[in-house]
Structure formats: C-alpha cells, structure tokens
Design a protein around this ligand. Structure first.
Ligand SMILES: [Fe+2]
Length: 141
C-alpha cells in the first residue's frame, strides 16, 4: 500500500514519520517476499522498532498538547503494538526466518502500521484540524 496525501493529518513532522513508516513497511514486505537473509531482516526490524517508538512518543505529545480525548486509547494501542513487536522479534531471534515468522511479520506488522495510520490516527487528524480552524476563527474575531 502506497502513501497518499489523503492520509496526512496536517502535522508536518507526524506526516513525515507516517510516510517513512509506510516506506519501511513496504520495504520489509518486499524483502520478505523476495527471500532476504535473516541478518538483514534483523537490522530492518531493529530500525522499524526504534523508529515506531520515537514516532509514537512524538504523536502522543501532539495529542496531549491538544487535549485529544482519544489519547488513552492511542497510548494503549501503541503499547500493545510495541509489546507484540517484541514478542515477534524474540520469536524471530529464537527460530530464525521461518515460514510462520514471515507470515506473521507480513500480516501483523506491516498491516498494523498501514491500518493504524489510515484508521485510528485519522480520527486524531480530524480533531487536530478542527481545533486549528476553530483557533483561527477565534483569533480573527
Ligand atoms: Fe498512532
């Protein structure tokens, strides 16, 4: 699934990170399909895990600052992903790049990123944009 500007929340730093997460997910997906070596997948997973953690922190900061009512739900969702990510990564470290792991990575990991950005995060985008436009209207009064 390719990034599309319609997924933008209207917060440049968050949108840049979402775009990058799409790119990383697509790369991982393509490499898994092509049959990549485990060492390379290992490096990619570490990178994605760190990038996602940094991104969640940044996104939650914007949510907290704008008093977003869905913050707790987002935090819980981000934490659940982080936990699942560690489980999958540990399994990969134990068993290597088995058929199961490839399926799990493709199904759970890369799909999650795309579904989260195009789903739950969009609700925050709508809230944020709405708030921005209300602020502008109030300013001009
Ligand atoms: Fe999110």
């Amino acid at each position: 699934m390719e990034w599309n500007t319609k997924y933008a929340l209207g917060i440049p730093v968050v949108d840049t990170q979402h775009r990058q997460l799409f790119r990383l997910s697509n790369e991982l997906d393509a490499e898994l399909q092509a049959g990549i070596r485990s060492e390379e997948i290992d490096a990619m997973l570490i990178h994605i895990g760190e990038y996602a953690a940094r991104h969640f922190a940044m996104e939650e900061k914007y949510m907290a600052e704008s008093n977003y009512p869905g913050l707790a739900e987002q935090q819980a969702t981000h934490q659940a992903f982080a936990k699942r990510f560690v489980e999958i990564y540990d399994e990969f470290k134990k068993k290597g790049l088995s058929r199961d792991i490839v399926d799990t990575l493709r199904r759970e990991l890369t799909d999650w990123v795309r579904e989260h950005v195009t789903g739950l995060d969009q609700r925050f985008g709508a809230y944020y944009r709405d708030r921005q436009s209300t602020a502008k209207t109030t300013d001009s009064l």
